[in-house]
Design a protein around this ligand. Structure first.
Ligand SMILES: *Cc1c(COP(=O)(O)O)cnc(C)c1O
Length: 354
């Protein structure tokens, strides 16, 4: 099965084999070496200095990393402005509410662009300490303009918390002065297996963190991991897979090469679908390299399209919420190649042909 859903991704044979690495105990040196390899490899993806940025590895899905970031980074007296333009921004608002964090939202329609001027106006004269934003809103495929948002936050002296779950490893992420933490996962653009997630937290911002949860307390993970330890039993097979995936990512040329590869595949999909009269929801300029949303062709329901493609060995992804009857989504993360795209388009042509 070829997975065109936005994670988990189709694994390379090397990463899949790593899942079956020898058993080991998480209180032994072999595990600490593995954990250190991951921490160094994650920081290296964006050339970060681990004296400034703490790579903190967690067991869980991407949501665990985002929630650990949201529950830990805002200190006492923090006030968070959560930007919403899709499901994942709204999920961060839920997290702030669940953890009793003082917050407001800047709510936009799903897929709408975040206007930096409106953000600046919202921050001016207000007492927000943090802004939380999703980098790539997987709901629609929109790549939010992190640089513009970070610049507004830097001007307003507000710390930025970033959900980069579906962009880390394939899009540009500037870890500039406003950025306090970035959360992401193993099984999207890095091509690891589900079960490992991580946060890169600015060490100077971690000192102001607050404990609101036991299992999702970033500071306790960071302290233990800095001493080559771990508070709980980690998802060791997923850690092995992530180590293999990071090695493949680096040797293939890092995030820039992955972005170029994804862009070419996504364009191949868009061009093939355009020939069938299927239009993308957002322009190429507005979209990530990772995933694009397309309008369902007239007279074809999502379920028909899905089931037809599944029978041919492809899993596509539905729209969420109000978009379920309007769009479908194609992610080109994972071990996918031009031939897969060509076969996909040929299969879609079978049910859209007049
Ligand atoms: C996939 C995703 C998540 C987390 O999803 P999990 O199912 O918990 O891995 C969070 N944010 C974004 C933007 C995502 O694409």
């Amino acid at each position: 099965m070829r997975l065109l859903n936005p994670g988990p991704v189709t694994l390379t044979p090397t990463v899949r084999d790593a899942l079956a690495a020898p058993d080991l105990c998480h209180r032994e040196v072999e595990f600490f070496d593995l954990q250190d390899t991951l921490r160094d490899g994650l920081a290296a993806v964006y050339d970060l200095d681990t004296a400034v940025w703490a790579p903190i590895v967690l067991s869980g899905s991407g949501t665990a990393a985002v929630e650990a970031m949201m529950a830990s980074m805002p200190g006492d007296g923090a006030r968070v402005l959560v930007i919403e333009n899709g499901v994942y921004g709204e999920r961060m608002t839920h997290m702030a509410a669940v953890h009793g964090i003082d917050h407001e939202t800047l709510s936009l329609a799903w897929g709408e662009a975040i206007d930096p001027v409106i953000l600046a106006e919202r921050l001016a004269g207000a007492d927000f300490t943090h802004v939380a934003v999703v980098h790539h809103e997987t709901t629609t495929g929109r790549l939010n303009d992190l640089d513009a948002i970070a610049a507004v936050c830097a001007d307003a002296d507000v710390a930025l918390l970033v959900d980069a779950v579906s962009s880390f490893g394939a899009e540009a992420i500037a870890f500039g002065p406003a950025v306090a933490a970035v959360a992401a996962t193993a099984n999207k653009c890095l091509h690891g297996a589900p079960g490992a997630a991580f946060v890169l937290a600015r060490r100077s911002a971690l000192t102001a963190a607050k404990t609101r949860a036991l299992y999702l307390d970033l500071v306790s993970y960071c302290d233990k991991q800095d001493e080559r330890g771990t508070p709980f039993t980690p998802a060791i097979p997923a850690f092995h897979a992530l180590a293999a995936a990071l090695a493949e990512h680096a040797s293939a040329g890092g995030w820039r090469a992955r972005r170029a590869y994804y862009r070419a595949l996504a364009q191949r999909v868009a061009d093939g679908l355009a020939e069938l009269g299927i239009q993308a929801m957002l322009s190429t300029q507005q979209s990530s390299c990772v995933l694009r949303a397309y309008r369902l062709p007239a007279g074809v329901s999502y379920h028909e399209l899905h089931d037809h493609l599944k029978a041919a060995g492809f899993v596509i992804y539905a729209g969420q919420g109000g978009l379920t009857d309007e769009i479908f989504r194609i992610s080109t993360m994972g071990d996918l190649h031009d031939g897969d795209v060509d076969e996909l388009i040929a299969r879609i042509a079978e049910i859209t042909a007049p």
